[in-house]
Design a protein around this ligand. Structure first.
Ligand SMILES: C=CC1=C(C)c2cc3[nH]c(cc4nc(cc5[nH]c(cc1n2)c(C)c5CCC(=O)O)C(CCC(=O)O)=C4C)c(C)c3C=C
Ligand SMILES: [Fe+2]
Length: 747
């Protein structure tokens, strides 16, 4: 019987006919499409309608029709059965809130929404929360994806279906036999979990997909495989991406049938997402947000993701280009499985390496000045016009000497040296373990830009170890010319000169702030710090919503989330095209979106810290904003360092000491700080995923165009740069204070 059952519920893609309401078989696409629409429309909007329903006060203004009232006794019974302390349901509202709301909760499902809104207003729930709740339930539309086509959109008018609680408890019997309860089961080809999730299934499919891809890309790099087959590499990738995306989408439809409220809120909060695939197999996804259609990025895992905010940010897309692929032929795609199986035995043994790039820091106080020299001698840090490049090293000597005493004080206050090397080594170890758990054996190398172990040393080791494929992962979430850019340039210079590296397939993950795992890990840390911020009772965001019923102005909501990013000189962004600011703003928007989706509604702000030298840096400056916030009456502030993933001098000294003191002096009474991600397991696991996903796009670096930001500039910019460069050189060389500081150090 199990076998028959299983066969009956096989993949939806294979079901090409269904029955209509009267039991007649439908075979035409159009008819099937209409039947599905009719079925879901009834399920969402008109379920259980009968001649006996009460029609008195349940007129729904938006849907312009009467809906069946859910009986008070049903709601009471459902509430009684809900146990405290359980995970939140698909509506993300803790059970404690429903129980706490008492009669309101009971009334929630049976009164017109406008009555509900005015009741909330009467209870002095702040307008912004009422708007938020309304927003979740307004103008929701959906369509159903069938085996062949998508139905037309239809509106969803009823927000809640508490009846699902009852259906969970009901016994199901088939031919008189009770079907046993299971935690997971297969439904229409998908693995569904007890909680309605499909994570296990999606993970399984993603893993399987990547395994296939790894096999295929390994083969495609094999010299023995005919060139003709290799030409279709992008096609393989594309069809796989579509399959994964399709799986995610279909899963959503399935969720829709069982977990209606989840479906609704997810449709609403993500805007309307459409994915279409043309005959050539290429997939296009679009999101319709507030009437503006935006292209969606396909993440390396194949899931669609929208850029946050309404502005289309080309700089962000620029760094994603290798992720969206077009294919040219479907014929070859369909032979994917067979071809892979046929040639996989020829694949060469891979030796995977992962190179973690980081800044590096002085380990003792004696290291400080030479470390600073290396930093300022980097043409991506002090960007002199070409004509003045000969001044780079003397200037670096000058500035490092001048800055060393202040820097030494800083490093002395955090224990006499930078913790960066130790933390980066720990992250490397954790990454190796995480990769192993994902069935990828890899050697991890750490290459620092300005101190030991230098990038050059790591590269030597990679060559000695005869690595056959390399993933380069800068430990900066956002890309900047001065960080990831500078480290990648070192690599490019070596590759140019070295035969082995010239032919080594390399994949560079330029930025990864947009990864779901990173965003969620950051949100987790912020939520955790917020929860212990003032007093432990304020831990629970929805408990705060309840608190608002009594005292709207109090609670954890008043804590300002203060993102403090490392700054860069403004000219990097304005003249040299550094995407850093755009990516930073995008990153903050994603983290805030994630927090909002969890019910954390605090205000936030972004400022830039750690400026060095006389030129203008990205604004607003952290120190100035802190003073302003204090003056405006902000009393509680949670600082979030966001451009780096380990603790370092700028978190431990600048934020924890200098900025904290400044904030307290400026009138801020409660200060908190979110720790850096370090070895947080969800974060490391996501980095491991990023590595796995990047492997297939590894290719020889010599074939890529090296970005030269100088050549991007027009003549006017070049002259301006030359002028300011000369002024800077003149100022630095002739400044009496600098000269005397320099002389003193020479003596
Ligand atoms: C002068 C130019 C600098 C630019 C541009 C810059 C960009 C930049 N830096 C980081 C991250 C870190 N910088 C760190 C130290 C540090 N950075 C600069 C200068 C610039 N940084 C200096 C002079 C120093 C030394 C410390 C000091 O004297 O203030 C560190 C700390 C390393 C440690 O030892 O703990 C980090 C981390 C980013 C992310 C960035 C641009 C986006
Ligand atoms: Fe820095």
């Amino acid at each position: 019987m199990a076998k028959i059952l299983e066969r009956k519920t096989r993949d939806i893609g294979q079901v090409n006919c269904i029955k209509d309401g009267a039991g007649q078989l439908l075979v035409k696409d159009e008819e099937i499409k209409h039947r599905w629409r009719e079925y879901f429309d009834k399920l969402f909007n008109g379920e259980n309608e009968s001649s006996t329903i009460e029609l008195d006060d349940s007129f729904d203004e938006t849907s312009m029709r009467f809906v069946r009232r859910i009986q008070e006794s049903e709601v009471k019974e459902a509430l009684k059965r809900m146990k405290r302390g359980k995970a939140m349901g698909p509506d993300c509202i803790p059970i404690e809130v429903w129980k706490g709301l008492g009669d309101i909760a009971i009334a929630y499902d049976k009164i017109p929404r406008n009555v509900m809104w005015s009741a909330l207003e009467k209870h002095k729930v702040p307008a912004k929360y009422i708007t938020l709740i309304k927003y979740m339930y307004d103008n929701v539309v959906t369509s159903v994806r069938t085996s062949n086509v998508d139905t037309d959109d239809f509106p969803i008018k009823i927000g809640l279906h508490q009846g699902t609680t009852r259906c969970e408890e009901e016994e199901v019997s088939l031919d008189g036999q009770v079907v046993p309860r299971k935690d997971t089961f297969r439904y229409l080809g998908s693995m569904l979990q007890e909680d309605g999730g499909i994570d296990e299934d999606v993970n399984h499919r993603i893993k399987a997909g990547w395994m296939k891809w790894r096999q295929a890309s390994g083969i495609l790099c094999d010299k023995r495989v005919p060139e003709k087959l290799k030409e279709h590499k992008s096609c393989f990738r594309s069809i796989w991406e579509f399959n994964d995306n399709d799986c995610g989408f279909r899963a959503l439809v399935l969720r829709g049938t069982c977990m209606k409220t989840f479906w609704l809120s997810s449709t609403r909060s993500c805007g309307k997402v459409r994915c279409s695939t043309n005959l050539a197999g290429s997939t296009k996804c679009e999101q319709n947000l507030h009437g503006k259609v935006k292209p969606l990025l396909l993440s390396a895992s194949g899931k669609a993701r929208g850029t946050s905010g309404l502005v289309h940010r080309s700089a962000v897309l620029k760094h994603q280009h290798h992720l969206s692929v077009r294919s040219t032929s479907t014929d070859v795609c369909t032979t994917f499985d067979e071809d892979v199986k046929g040639v996989s035995s020829h694949a060469v043994e891979e030796k995977i390496g992962v190179l973690l790039l980081n800044l590096g820091g002085p380990e003792t106080l004696n290291d400080v000045q030479p470390f600073l020299f290396n930093l300022f001698a980097d043409p991506d840090i002090i960007r002199l016009p070409r004509l003045f490049r000969f001044l780079q090293r003397p200037l670096a000597k000058l500035i490092s000497t001048f800055r060393a005493p202040k820097s030494k004080e800083g490093y002395a206050s955090i224990g006499g040296g930078s913790p960066l090397r130790k933390i980066t080594d720990e992250q490397a170890n954790a990454l190796k373990v995480a990769l192993k758990s994902k069935n990828l054996e890899a050697d991890i190398y750490v290459g620092m830009r300005y101190w030991y172990p230098f990038t050059e040393e790591a590269i030597d080791q990679i060559k000695k170890d005869k690595i056959t494929k390399l993933v380069v992962l800068p430990l900066y979430p956002q890309y900047s010319i001065s960080t990831s850019g500078s480290s990648i340039r070192v690599l490019q210079n070596i590759v140019k000169e070295d035969q082995y590296f010239a032919g080594l397939p390399i994949s560079i993950i330029e930025s990864w702030y947009q990864r779901e795992g990173y965003v969620k890990s950051m949100a987790d840390l912020i939520e955790k710090e917020l929860s212990v911020f003032t007093n432990p009772e304020e831990k629970f965001p929805w408990a705060c919503a309840l608190e608002f019923l009594q005292a709207p102005a109090s609670g954890v909501w008043t804590v300002m989330i203060f993102f403090s990013a490392h700054g860069v000189p403004l000219t990097y962004v304005k003249d040299a095209g550094d995407p850093y600011r755009d990516q930073m703003e995008d990153c903050i928007a994603l983290i805030m979106e994630e927090l909002k989706s969890r019910g954390t509604l605090n205000d936030h702000t972004l400022a830039y810290q750690s400026r060095v030298g006389p030129v203008q840096w990205l604004k607003p400056y952290t120190d100035e904003v802190l003073v302003e916030l204090g003056q405006k009456g902000v009393k509680s502030l949670l600082a979030v360092p966001v451009s780096f993933v380990s603790e370092h001098i700028e978190t431990l000294e600048e934020i924890d000491m200098e900025y904290r003191e400044l904030a307290l002096e400026s009138g801020i009474e409660n200060w908190g700080r979110v720790p850096a991600l370090g070895c947080t397991s969800s974060f490391i696991s996501d980095l491991a995923d990023a590595v796995v996903e990047a492997l297939p796009s590894a290719s020889a670096m010599t074939t890529r165009k090296v970005k030269d930001t100088d050549s991007d500039m027009d003549m006017m910019h070049y002259l301006t740069k030359m002028f300011f460069g000369s002024v800077l050189a003149f100022f630095l060389l002739l400044s009496p204070r600098l000269v005397s500081a320099f002389r003193n150090t020479l003596h």
